[in-house]
Design a protein around this ligand. Structure first.
Ligand code: GDP
Length: 455
């Protein structure tokens, strides 16, 4: 996902600012310019970027900040808040209500992934206990009904459509009526994809909406649409009352910044993102964890939830204890490597930490990375003779030249690799140390804790 690049650029800009001895107007401007450049390169609309920049400048008045205030923290927080604001339209997102059938209509450009997303949305809710159904009101694209039928059959979701009928309004109304009678509580209407601002198709979409009276209209947007996102999203909003956005193909090479622009144009929240072609490659979208991740602050709420979800209860206290101490030893690194290799529960948890596995094991280069980790582990195996002191120390200086030579000899690897491993150790220790002070939650306290860490 190219958004990771955006995150990287923003984190670097913040880091550079942190490295400056004094934070003055010039340093702040440089940092904000850098961040603005990164956002523009990611296809965020120019006006949004400009507004963000001026808002931050308004909030962060360096002259007003009394000495002793942590300026960096204040600036980082302001950037965090502004990015959240960009993605948060400020109105609560629509929630489906049990007990009455909800009608959700999907609209979007042709090829945006609308039909695929309808099924993903239905499948997601089906797993949560809803009784969804799909209606294909796309009579424009040949093969649209077949595609929906195929997807729906795979997911065992009832569907309705017609090869003969050419009036999408009629099909939509019939489909909705039928599934209401069958007591489906989530009726999803897929409409024809529009190419551009074709007046007739927009009129058709408006008629389908008027006839079915949907509780929610979802605008589906391909993340690669780029700078055009704002105008497209606005065009849809002018015809139907869009209430939510789903951004697709976030797994691809898209820059993704268009998503931020679409929120501004539709004044509606992003509720899910599509991360692949398969039915379950679909994620709930939450603004704060998303921005945290973007800024390299770590997806704390997701991280804590993941610990809760996948680490066996009896292993949770030990893991949390180690994390809260923030001391990363070579022994812990060894254990984490073992977990990552197995992709066992703890490996899954650590794969969510920014910088922990994304750089150690980047997507698409898993094989090379695994070989590298195996080499590191072989070197560490030969360290047992170095005694407990080295393995359980948090001081990388203990690993002096003669120790490194011995390890290289013992493992049959070049000294260069031992040095490389120690560099990796230092980098991971930094990631780990961010967790220092983590409060060990009691049962039921997980979400409160993650809220604190996001704040
Ligand atoms: P529609 O014309 O808007 O209904 O688009 P489709 O649902 O037919 O999707 C167009 C193409 O995008 C298909 O090949 C889908 O498999 C693909 N697609 C949809 N969502 C995603 C996604 O999140 N990631 C990826 N990689 N492909 C997707």
């Amino acid at each position: 996902m190219v958004l990771a690049q955006l995150g990287g650029s923003i984190s670097r800009a913040l880091q550079q600012m942190s490295n400056a001895t004094v934070i003055d107007e010039k340093v702040l401007n440089e940092c904000l310019n850098e961040i603005s450049r990164a956002l523009l390169q990611s296809d965020v609309q120019f006006k949004l970027v400009r507004d963000m920049q001026s808002n931050i400048k308004k909030i962060v008045n360096l002259d007003d900040l009394a000495a002793g205030h942590n300026k960096r923290k204040i600036i980082q927080q302001a950037i965090f808040n502004e990015l959240c604001k960009m993605l948060d339209p400020g109105k609560p997102s629509f929630t489906l209500k049990k007990g009455k059938p909800s009608i959700v209509m999907f609209v979007g450009l042709q090829g945006s992934g609308k039909t695929t997303t309808c099924t993903k949305y239905a499948y997601y809710h089906q797993k949560k206990g809803w009784k969804p159904a799909l209606v294909c009101a796309d009579t424009f694209r040949a093969g649209a009904f077949d595609q929906l039928k195929q997807n729906a059959t795979k997911a065992k979701i009832p569907f309705y459509g017609s090869y003969m009928e050419s009036d999408p309004v009629k099909i939509a109304v019939e489909g909705v009526e039928r599934f209401k009678k069958e007591n489906c509580d989530l009726i999803i209407v897929d409409t024809s994809g529009r190419h551009k601002q074709e007046a007739a198709l927009f009129e058709e979409m408006r008629q389908v909406s008027e006839a079915t009276n949907p509780d929610l209209v979802v605008f589906v947007m391909d993340s690669s649409i780029g700078q055009a996102a704002f105008d497209q999203a606005q065009a849809f909003r002018q015809s139907v009352s869009v209430g939510a956005v789903i951004v697709t193909k976030m797994d691809g090479h898209a820059k993704g910044g268009g998503a931020l622009s679409a929120v501004a144009a539709t004044k509606s929240p992003v509720i899910f993102i599509g991360t692949g072609e398969h039915m379950d490659e679909f994620e709930v979208f939450d603004v704060k964890p998303f921005v945290s991740r973007l800024l390299g602050m770590g997806d704390w709420s997701g991280f804590m939830d993941k610990i809760h979800e996948v680490v066996p209860m009896d292993q949770q206290p030990e893991l949390l204890q180690k994390l809260s101490e923030g001391n990363f030893t070579l022994r812990i690194m060894y254990e984490q490597f073992q977990n990552l290799m197995k992709m066992g529960p703890i490996g899954q948890v650590f794969s969510m930490l920014p910088g922990f596995s994304s750089e150690l094991m980047p997507k698409g280069r898993e094989k090379e990375s695994q070989a590298k980790i195996k080499r590191y582990m072989t070197m560490m195996d030969s360290m047992t003779n170095e005694g407990k002191l080295t393995l359980d120390s948090t001081n990388p200086k203990l690993m002096n030249e003669s120790r490194m030579m011995r390890i290289a000899r013992g493992s049959g690897r070049p000294v260069r690799e031992v040095m490389e491993m120690m560099e990796e150790y230092k980098r991971l220790a930094k990631v780990w140390s961010k967790m220092k002070g983590l409060k060990i939650p009691k049962k039921g306290e997980m979400s409160a804790l993650s809220r604190n860490m996001n704040a």
